[in-house]
Design a protein. Structure first.
Length: 413
């Protein structure tokens, strides 16, 4: 994969080491509290109430990226968890049941940080409730959930925003006995400000890919998105993304191409196939194709966070996540992204165990082709379970799409 951002890549390792080691220290300190949270969950509230926050989905992605998931998934299956449910969930629970984690070798900590509470939001997945209640039983700690209305269109229904905002307010009341303190509204405003700044910088980083040739790829973004997931709402995340943006702009100014000889611009739709990112990066590079944008990475570019109305704006941000939107919104969003980024075709990833973030199952690729002439290919795989993926079949599909696009891309160049 591209290594075009060496300063930020080097800085990222130290930043994540510090994050995980602080988590471990918090888990060992009776005076501090650890909350487990879903990736698009109410991390700002948890941070404002003094919790150190851990994200099991990030652990699932790490298991997938290191190709450790297969045996762990089998361990979960033996415990009664279906092979058809989220492989983040089954890989993570299987690793827990096996007493293993790559966090030890990756970040030098002993293991998972023991939670004092688990908090989820169903906006990005409906199975997180079952995932977190497993750990609630194992650790004997409370589990709280935010239930988001699903498949919302535009404009966001005001009753949906009010519903989620009230749930967030109630969550603060539920968390107070665990945290040993009530919510500090001034602290919440500061955390929301950091979230707004860091997500805005993240979006501006992603938007550098509008340039032709693009200075970054989707694969670069999957590396550098870690802080926006696990450290959102912190000054450290703001500083990191300011530096990342500055470094990327140097490549923009130099007209440096992440994929030398770029002639095709792809859009990645759906979850990453974590264990095969290098395969895709190499394949695309061979075809002189650059994956310049994705709904996955843009999902953390929260907009509209407002210090003056923190609960309502956090509710809006969570409801607006792409995975939580209706088909009409998704169609319009992808059309606009194709236009804004000069996309030649969309690569839809149909992830076997992630129906909630697979958007090729209800005719969307066909509608985009019929209504707007946007070509696409649907490839089959998974987040973590490599048994669901065929390199040969995928290579044939992508190469055929690239051949189809070649005359168009030559005219565009």
């Amino acid at each position: 994969m591209s290594n075009s951002l060496p300063r930020s890549t080097a800085r990222l390792k130290g930043l994540l080491n510090g994050y995980y080691q602080d988590l471990e220290a918090a888990a060992k300190d009776p005076a501090r509290k650890v909350a487990w949270c879903t990736s698009a969950g109410p991390a700002e509230l948890l941070s404002a109430m003094g919790f150190q926050t851990y994200f099991p989905e990030n652990h699932g992605a790490l298991l997938g990226a290191r190709r450790l998931s297969t045996n762990f998934i089998a361990k979960s299956n033996a415990r009664g968890y279906s092979p058809d449910i989220c492989s983040y969930l089954t890989a993570d629970i299987g690793a827990y049941l096996s007493g293993q984690t790559p966090l030890k070798t990756a970040y030098g900590i002993e293991g998972l940080p023991k939670p004092d509470v688990l908090v989820y939001n169903t906006s990005q997945c409906r199975e997180v409730q079952d995932w977190f209640t497993f750990y609630g039983r194992e650790y004997g700690v409370p589990v709280f959930g935010i239930y988001s209305p699903w498949k919302v269109e535009t404009p966001l229904p005001r009753e949906a925003v009010s519903d989620v905002a009230r749930q967030l307010e109630r969550l603060c009341e539920d968390l107070a006995p665990v945290a040993g303190r009530r919510l500090d509204c001034d602290r919440l405003a500061q955390v929301v400000r950091y979230s707004a700044e860091s997500t805005a910088l993240w979006k501006r980083f992603l938007e550098t890919a509008r340039r032709r040739p693009s200075p970054i790829t989707f694969f670069d973004a999957t590396i550098h998105m870690a802080p926006i997931v696990v450290m959102r709402g912190t000054e450290a995340a703001v500083d990191y993304y300011a530096g990342l943006l500055d470094e990327t702009r140097e490549f923009v100014d130099a007209a440096s191409a992440a994929v030398p000889g770029e002639r095709i611009r792809f859009y990645w739709e759906g979850m990453p196939n974590w264990g095969k990112l290098r395969f895709f990066s190499n394949l695309f590079s061979e075809l002189k194709a650059c994956a310049v944008a994705s709904t996955y990475c843009h999902s953390w570019a929260f907009e509209g966070l407002d210090l003056a109305r923190p609960f309502e704006s956090l509710a809006e941000a969570n409801l607006q996540v792409f995975i939580n939107r209706g088909e009409l919104y998704k169609e319009g969003y992808l059309k606009k992204m194709v236009e804004d980024y000069g996309i030649d075709a969309i690569v839809f990833h149909e992830a076997k165990t992630c129906p909630y973030n697979t958007n090729s199952r209800f005719g969307l690729p066909q509608r985009l082709q019929e209504r707007y002439g946007i070509p696409s290919v649907t490839i089959y795989g998974d987040l973590c379970d490599l048994r669901c993926f065929s390199e040969e079949q995928t290579r044939t599909q992508v190469e055929a799409l690239a051949e189809q696009l070649a005359p168009v891309s030559r005219r565009a160049g």
